[in-house]
Design a binder for this molecule. Structure first.
Ligand code: ACO
Length: 333
């Protein structure tokens, strides 16, 4: 069974409640129909109930009647959610009138449902930008204890099974935080260890990447990775982490042995942490295009509850897969 099939099977066992704020969008509705029929998750759709039902009928989606539908403009929990919003953001000057307006936005409503314990996770982004999906999540759901930054990991499925974990390698951060400090980079490594265990299903061996291996170059950018490695090891002593390593020393056994002799990770890394978003985002796209790898993600990590962002060009199966991943993250939480 391939990784995505395993992830879906595992999601079915957890039966989590996932909210889809773009409830009347065509691909979202079609994905919801599949998710309900395959019992991958319990689905809540946000939007005008009449519009959702008439779109479902138009596309012949017979399972949507089993979704929970919440109308952001006529929501019985409005007062409960807006009171929570004001509590959380009163130090930022949020007024009740502003909260009452915000809660009519499905992206804010979805995050408040999660915050209030009425949903376990969210998937959005088929119609909205990354910033618009993430901002309410950053503001109300916030990060996990001990983590201050959200980041995005990709599980790369390589054609060449000699690298990583029989061809699986987790890359991060490829999606969110442009220029992490050394302690933020350490947090990204620790969060990626959790994602690797929960979603990719193997024990992480983390390489903190640089243009230097074990002191071969001297530069403040190298120092950042060295310090991040030390901080990450202190934060998560149970996780195998090593740096600074160049990419070839991290994944090619013979080069790892010659550049970092005695290292247990050099040459055997299955998780690659990039020093900033430029490197991570460019690297995953090059590996995807030039090496023909499948890229599963971005899986957003470090948030107190799982909220994942789709690409606006996503397919129906991308939505189904991301809901299954989100359900697994919710179970891990
Ligand atoms: N983790 C946790 N909280 C964060 C993060 C983060 N990474 N970034 C911002 N925040 C918080 C801030 O602290 C702030 O909280 P506050 O209001 O309580 O003070 C709030 O979020 C808003 O902060 P801004 O700095 O105003 O963030 P903004 O909304 O402008 O930007 C965003 C956030 C959109 C994620 C930005 O960092 C960004 O554009 N990142 C790059 C995303 C991207 O383009 N990725 C590449 C494409 S994705 C792909 O290819 C798969």
């Amino acid at each position: 069974m391939n990784l995505l099939e395993q992830i879906k099977l595992s999601a079915k066992k957890h039966n989590k409640r996932i909210v889809l704020p773009e409830g009347s969008e065509e691909r979202t509705l079609k994905a919801a129909d599949i998710l309900i029929s395959k019992k991958i998750a319990q689905i809540t759709l946000l939007g005008d109930p009449d519009a959702i039902m008439s779109e479902s009928e138009k596309f012949g989606l017979t399972n949507i009647k089993n979704a929970k539908i919440v109308d952001p403009l006529n929501n019985p929990d409005k007062e409960r959610y807006t009171d929570m919003m004001v509590q959380i953001r009163k130090n930022k000057g949020l007024t009740l009138a502003e909260a009452e307006k915000l809660i009519e936005d499905p992206l804010y409503l979805a995050t408040m449902m999660i915050k209030a314990g009425d949903a376990d996770g969210e998937v959005a982004g088929a119609m909205n930008s990354t910033g618009d999906v993430l901002r309410p999540a950053f503001q109300y759901v916030k990060t996990k204890p001990g983590i201050s930054v959200v980041s995005g990991a990709f599980i790369m499925i390589l054609k060449n099974r000699e690298y990583g974990e029989e061809g699986l390698i987790v890359f991060a951060d490829c999606a969110v935080h442009p220029d992490p400090t050394e302690s933020e980079l350490a947090e990204i490594a620790v969060a990626t260890a959790s994602t690797t265990r929960a979603i990719a299903g193997f024990e992480p061996k983390i390489a903190m990447l640089s243009f230097s291996t074990k002191g071969s170059a001297k530069h403040p950018m190298v120092d950042k990775v060295v310090n991040a490695t030390r901080i990450a090891s202190e934060m998560a002593p149970d996780v195998q982490i090593e740096g600074e390593l160049q990419a070839d020393a991290a994944i090619v056994e013979s080069i790892g042995k010659s550049k970092a002799p005695g290292s247990k990770i050099a040459g055997a890394a299955n998780v690659l942490i990039f020093p900033n978003l430029e490197c991570g985002n460019i690297a995953y796209k090059l590996v995807q295009r030039l090496a023909g790898a499948e890229a599963i993600g971005p899986v957003l990590q470090g948030m107190a509850a799982p909220i994942n962002d789709l690409s606006r060009g996503c397919s129906i199966s991308d939505i189904v897969n991301l809901v299954a991943i989100t359900a697994n993250q919710a179970a891990e939480k």
